[in-house]
Design a protein around this ligand. Sequence first.
Ligand code: UD1
Ligand code: MG
Length: 422
Amino acid sequence: MPAVVMAIVAFCSSITLIPLSSHCLARVGLRGRDLLKPYKQLVPESLGIVPACVLIVLLFLFTPVFFANHLKTHASNLQPQFPHHKLSTYLSALLSLQTATLLGFLDDLFDIRWRYKLPIPLIASIPMLVVYFAEGGITDVVIPLPLRQLLGRVVHLGPLYYIYMAMLSTFCTNSINILAGINGIEVAQAVVIAGSVAINDLLHLPLSHGFVSHLPQFAAHWSSTALVGPTTQEQAERHLFSLCFMLPLIGASLGLLYHNWYPARVFPGDTYCYFAGMAFAIVAVLGHFSKTLLLFFLPQVINFGLSTPQLFGLMACPRHRVPRYVHGTGVLEPSRAYFDKPPAFYVSVPLRVLSAVGVVQLEVGGNGRITCSTNLTLLNAFLCLFGKMSERQLASVTVVFQVACSVLAFAVRYGLAGLVYD
Ligand code: UD1
Ligand code: MG
């Protein structure tokens, strides 16, 4: 219940405070040109700082509310054992969230280089990894049935699992930041992911199990109990913790989305991407559902996979890879990267495969060598596949794709997983 109140307060605060703060940010130089519009008017940037501050302040204010029962019994000496581990989990999450927001804001201010900003989320995640360890952090991975003969039932990953979790925070923050550049898309993808995580949390709460017992038989068959199976008290608490972050995140983000959707009056900036990405990494690590989270990040995984040749310097990576606005027509076409010298075979072969699939367009010189390729992003891939479209249409296609991937993720998590795990 407090999480629902927080979500409503977060939405109202965010939607009201953004127009009030936008000119303050623009005044100190935080504004950018909307690259896909014919006009050159600058748009206030880094407005992600508003939902981030709203969520952080709400989490501070609601700390005594979340622990009210324990505080009451502790004060009356009925339960001397205050759950310090839960408080440390909560505080470590807040610390990581604040650090990510600070990093995002510094990036907006100083345009930090990739080589410096990549490791920072790793450092920001250390407090929560220590808490994970102190909680007896499980580092075992259960192997799917078909691979058990080869690898056994469980593989103990030990320190490798901590590296994976630290990398998850870097991936979540940066993958949202690179699926960006058209109005509304950074925030909309985060809202869909947060909504999916929240639904997944609700499926694990005893509240939904109680509700299920009142359902007719056919509905109960498709219910959370049937899907998830019995949930332990510990699992339920972890998902409740996640819900307390996700619901207000959705509220605060919807407030920003209202101002950022096409035509954008404000930009979220890197501040929002880092803040939202870290919120997802925190709940997934501390809630022990990092693999499920990665399923919800399928579009970001595809965008990252497509981008690797440009991100790792194997081919030219222009400062902005967003699609190109075609003047006078109001539609977007894929943007391009040009090759100064012929690409090596380990770049040209994948490019030709992607071109055959239709997600990349190539220009080939007289000698058969690739001279130019469309930039390797999901947005450009949509334009290659479906043809030119307006910015609003492209944003809608991307959001529909994100929702479709979430539906697929639920099918894999609760359908397919049941077949390959006992
Ligand atoms: C990432 C992408 C870059 C993309 C940029 C767009 C990589 C490696 N980097 O860079 O290709 O162009 O995001 O955000 O993939 N902007 C718009 N419309 C929007 C949102 C942003 O025109 O709806 C423009 C504005 O000029 C804004 C700028 O993008 O000032 C923000 O870019 P920034 O977040 O600094 O780019 P990066 O995150 O470094
Ligand atoms: Mg950015």
